[in-house]
Write a protein that binds this ligand. Structure first.
Ligand SMILES: [Zn+2]
Length: 631
């Protein structure tokens, strides 16, 4: 029987979180507000650019950040019978598509794709300026001249402030007609719909990253520091002396004709990441610059080159061939992403191309167990390298495909082990052959003459860096698991930095029961509680306080800053007072039961008076009605 063993090694490129590119001063990240500037030059409306999170985060979070909720609004671009329409709505509302169809007298309504937004608005995809010529508008431009709005284009973000009252008035006055405003709300676009903000090509370039003759690179020290930090977090050895090499190849997205990379002397050597019981060894971490990208517009006879990305700093992390299954490869990628994020080295966002993976897979087989220790007798499949995998799912899927194919092709394995390079088409879910992989000698590596050798230890305070990364996500998660949480819940807590630091603060001062930790995960507003409030909350949980009361206590404590347990006392108080008022006003109760429901108002008044006006009348009403219907 065939005895197969899968061998996988990964090469991961991660875009480092630095302000500027690797060897010049151009910005490392897309200029998000490019259109805003452009707009400001042409229009006179005074607005303020609002950062991403303000608009896309849920209302509760906005509250926590002190954002005035009345200022949150969204603009969604829809295609209505093939014609683009912009909806501008308060952020906490949903767009009822059926009603919208009625208002616009259209049959087919769908959210615009990024391309459709672009062609409709001539705007950077995802960012829609307030006045869009030639687009049918639900809201008149007057709305926008009144110092309004926060914007969400349905795909991404941007923001302008708007006063809600003016906004609603305008919305009322123009075109919304008989649709009640309260019925209009906006769907928060799902993560899948949130596309990378595109930017104008070749706007983040300079003579250095354009590869002009006579320019000289100057090294971005922050990128060196982040590379060292990755090495330290992985347990690598930091090289005493290291240098950059030129890697030569010709491609239109590489204007210099070579890439500045590292060949024999990377900054970091060795290290490992633990995946379950398995330690996946790291071979090296080196630093290099990214190339630009080619753009092939559909139907066009020419291709274009965009060099915005050229020269951005990439750390390349290379593993040893220690990974044993496609699933383990995916786990490794997830673990690495968490590590990169926790040390602040990279956003490691695969969707935005911050984390890309080349995966190498081969299979060995021995038909005779006796020969297993003799490596030379093992039959080896070709090594297949799958290039540029940009999602966890694709890493696993592409590797699983190749694993299956290599096993099935067992009889075709050549005597001498070969290498094959393949690409992965995420649309068809298939791999396809690419050019033959170059050997190192094809690249004619030689030391970069314009940058002197680098002694990281002299340039960077490694001890300080080490102190910053002493607690890695794996360790913190391990502690949560020891406290009795399951792995999934531990990962959930880890996603929220504030929560992790809150829990760290109160550790040892109170029992961190799984129920307590789960409450923290489930109740978003608990993330804003102070250490003292959390301790108080943990004690309430120890006393088996019912979860509906806990929820209320957390909500109120997060708003008022009081102790959660104080809140529950008020809660019980109001229940007691209601009971008392019902007892003392039996004739009103009789009236209510005979159908005269308006007496509820009188009873609410009595309760509120008893409570000194401290309760929420709507809640009192609700509870009163519940009690009255109970008997
Ligand atoms: Zn540049």
């Amino acid at each position: 029987m065939n005895n197969f063993k899968t061998i996988i090694g990964l090469e991961i490129h991660t875009q480092l979180k630095t302000k500027s590119k690797m060897f010049c001063a151009c910005p490392n990240y897309p200029i998000k507000n490019a259109w805003v500037k452009e707009y400001l030059e042409k229009k006179t409306v005074d607005f303020e650019f609002v950062e991403h999170e303000y608009v896309t985060r849920p209302i509760n979070s906005a509250k926590a950040r002190g954002v005035n909720i009345s200022q949150i609004a969204k603009a969604l671009v829809y295609i209505c019978d093939d014609e683009p329409v912009v909806f501008v709505l308060p952020g906490d509302r949903k767009l009822d598509e059926n009603k919208a169809k009625k208002v616009l007298s259209c049959f087919a309504l769908k959210m615009a794709t990024p391309d459709e937004v672009l062609s409709a608005t001539k705007c950077v995809v995802g960012l829609v300026p307030p006045l869009i010529d030639g687009v049918k508008k639900v809201v008149d431009k007057k709305l926008l001249e009144n110092d309004l709005l926060s914007f969400n284009a349905g795909i991404a973000t941007a923001g302008i402030k708007i006063n809600k009252d003016i906004f609603l008035k305008l919305l009322d006055k123009y075109e919304v007609g008989d649709v009640a405003l309260d019925e209009l709300t906006v769907d928060k676009p799902s993560e899948e719909k949130t596309k990378i903000e595109e930017e104008i090509p070749n706007t983040r370039v300079c003579p250095v990253c354009l590869g002009m003759p006579g320019t000289l690179p100057s090294t971005n020290v922050k990128a060196l520091e982040l590379t060292a930090k990755i090495g330290l977090a992985l347990g690598s050895k930091i090289a005493d002396v290291s240098w950059f090499d030129r890697k030569h190849y010709f491609y239109p997205d590489l204007p210099k004709g070579y890439q500045i990379s590292q060949y024999q002397n990377p900054f970091c050597i060795g290290g490992s990441i633990q995946i379950g019981n398995k330690a996946v060894r790291i071979n090296r971490v080196h630093l290099e610059e990214d190339a630009g990208k080619l753009v092939h517009p559909a139907g066009s006879e020419v291709s274009y080159v965009d060099l915005n990305r050229a020269g951005t700093p990439l750390a390349e992390i290379v593993t040893e061939p220690d990974i044993e299954s496609p699933m383990q490869a995916k786990e490794f990628m997830k673990e690495l992403r968490e590590l990169l994020r926790s040390i602040g080295a990279s956003d490691a966002d695969m969707e935005k191309g911050h984390l890309r993976c080349d995966a190498n897979i081969s299979i060995t087989q021995s038909s005779n167990l006796k020969t297993q220790n003799d490596d030379s007798k093992l039959k080896k499949s070709p090594i297949v390298e799958i290039k540029n995998l940009n999602s966890f799912k694709f890493v696993e899927k592409a590797l699983a495909l190749e694993e299956k194919r290599l096993r099935e092709d067992y009889n075709l394995w050549p005597e001498k082990q070969t290498k094959i390079t393949r690409g992965f088409n995420s649309n068809s879910g298939e791999t396809y052959p690419l050019r033959e992989k170059e050997e190192a000698k094809d690249y004619r590596y030689f030391p970069e003459p314009d940058i002197p050798p680098i002694e990281l230890k002299k340039l960077i305070d490694l001890e300080k860096l080490q102190n910053e990364i002493n607690r890695l996500p794996q360790a913190v998660r391990g502690e949560f698991i020891e406290l009795g949480l399951d792995e999934q819940s531990a990962r959930l807590i880890m996603k929220n930095k504030e929560l992790v630091s809150a829990v760290e603060q109160i550790k040892g001062k109170v029992t961190l029961s799984p129920k307590f930790l789960k409450t923290l995960i489930n109740e978003k507003s608990a993330h804003r509680l102070s250490a003292a409030q959390l301790i108080d909350l943990a004690k309430m949980i120890e006393k088996n306080t019912p979860s509906n009361l806990l929820r209320r206590a957390i909500g109120e404590a997060s708003e008022s800053g009081k102790m959660p347990s104080e809140m529950t006392i008020e809660e019980t108080d109001s229940s007691e007072v209601i009971d008392k008022v019902i007892l003392q006003n039996q004739d009103a109760v009789e009236k209510f039961k005979s159908g005269k429901t308006e007496v509820v108002g009188f009873l609410i008044g009595q309760v509120m008076r008893e409570l000194g006006g401290k309760a929420d009348p709507n809640e009192v009403r609700q509870k009163l009605i519940e009690k009255l219907n109970e008997d």
